[in-house]
Design a binder for this molecule. Structure first.
Ligand code: SAH
Ligand code: SF4
Length: 361
């Protein structure tokens, strides 16, 4: 519930509106998970609530810790689905949580482990928000000196395919009376659903935007991201150029580097040309392996050469070093694989031919 929903709920019970706000604040500002802790409510009200409602929609099923300190949380929904969030402590103060927006994903990017699950269902706003609260609790236990500073919607799923719950979760998390997350520290990553991007630009909540571009032209993007056949690079960039960016903000483009597919100097040149004049930066993500995917991570020298060429051409680029890849927690590795059942890597093969035609949206 948003704060407004909670007030409406209270009124529907015949309670004063402020009681809705009291309850909501306990949950979202104080982080309590039982009605008993709501000490400014009468015993009778607390009992009524406990009989009819519950707080929190997820249970922590498993926490895996990487050698680099990254923690992957496997969380269970009330209907027995599993999703994953990743808590990433960076050097210094920054601690980022990467959350899921769906169980699986329908977009079918050829390089992504989540795609292999297909789409099971959308998460509701409570399930999105609860990932933040459970991660905060874990952080308080394992690293009490740290605070969650950044939130990225880059886990399982395509957030813009779950638009209403995405926006609802942002409203709840950014509410000044609740968890008070700063919009400028939240990033929503999308494969580029053009109509939804246009809609997001008109909302009152304004997270940062990351767009999975992954290719310098339609030919390559069609091959690795079938969604490009519906909204190609031209349409995507037109929508992004029209997107109302807050002052001093830039769009982040993600570029998963796949050996022999999109990693040549020519690709770097095309990319720099494509993005000239767009207020942006590019995050280069060397492909993170997962079983049965027909790709390879480029050699370090190739990655360097690609980045240097982009920089030489004036495109700001950053290399994302994989975090938590030893526990399958790095970008594109989330697919509900439990620690002990991790499948060994199959021999890799570089694929250049187009994949079989997938459903587009
Ligand atoms: N669905 C959203 C957010 C989740 S995917 C989106 O696609 O933007 C988050 C990022 O992981 C995307 O930029 C995607 O391109 C990248 N990614 C997916 N699989 C990957 C892999 N195996 N290695 C590296 N990055 C990957
Ligand atoms: Fe879905 Fe993002 Fe993976 Fe593509 S990269 S399949 S959009 S989660």
């Amino acid at each position: 519930m948003t704060l407004a929903d909670a007030c409406a709920f209270a009124e529907a019970q015949g309670w004063p509106k402020f009681r809705g706000e009291q309850i909501w604040r306990w949950v979202h500002a104080q982080g309590v998970r039982t009605f008993d802790e709501m000490t400014n409510l009468s015993r009778d009200v607390r009992d009524q609530l406990a009989a009819r409602a519950c707080i929190g929609s997820l249970k922590v099923a498993e926490v895996q810790t990487s050698k680099d300190g990254t923690r992957k949380l496997r969380l269970e929904t009330r209907d027995g689905q599993s999703i994953e969030s990743v808590l990433i402590p960076f050097e210094g103060e920054k601690t980022t949580l990467c959350i899921s927006s769906q169980v699986g994903c329908a977009v079918d990017c050829q390089f992504c482990a989540t795609a292999k699950m297909g789409l099971k269902r959308n998460l509701d706003a409570g399930e999105i928000v609860d990932q933040v609260y459970l991660a905060r609790t874990l952080l308080a236990e394992v690293a009490p000196e740290r605070r969650l500073s950044n939130l990225v919607y880059m886990g399982m799923g395509e957030p813009l395919h779950n638009y209403d719950n995405l926006v609802r979760s942002l409203r709840i998390l950014c509410d000044d009376k609740g968890a008070k997350l700063a919009q400028r520290r939240i990033t929503v990553s999308t494969s580029g659903l053009v109509p939804k991007l246009e809609r997001l630009g008109k909302e009152d909540v304004r997270p940062n935007l990351a767009v999975s571009l992954n290719a310098p032209n339609d030919e390559i993007r069609d091959m690795i991201m079938p969604i490009n056949r519906k909204w190609n690079i031209g349409k995507l960039l037109a929508a992004l150029k029209a997107y109302p960016l807050e002052q001093r903000r830039r769009i982040t483009f993600e570029y998963v580097l796949l050996a022999g597919v999109n990693d040549s100097l020519r690709d770097a040149g095309q990319l720099a040309k494509l993005l000239r004049g767009v207020k942006c930066k590019v995050n280069i993500i060397p492909w993170n392996p997962h079983p049965e995917a027909p790709y390879e991570r480029p050699a370090p020298a190739v990655i360097d050469a690609f980045q240097n060429e982009c920089k030489r051409l004036g495109l700001p680029t950053y290399l994302r070093t994989p975090r938590g890849d030893d526990i399958d927690a790095a970008c594109g590795q989330l697919a509900n694989r439990a620690g002990e059942s991790r499948t060994p890597l199959v021999p890799l093969r570089v694929r250049r031919e187009p994949p079989p035609p997938p459903p587009v949206d």
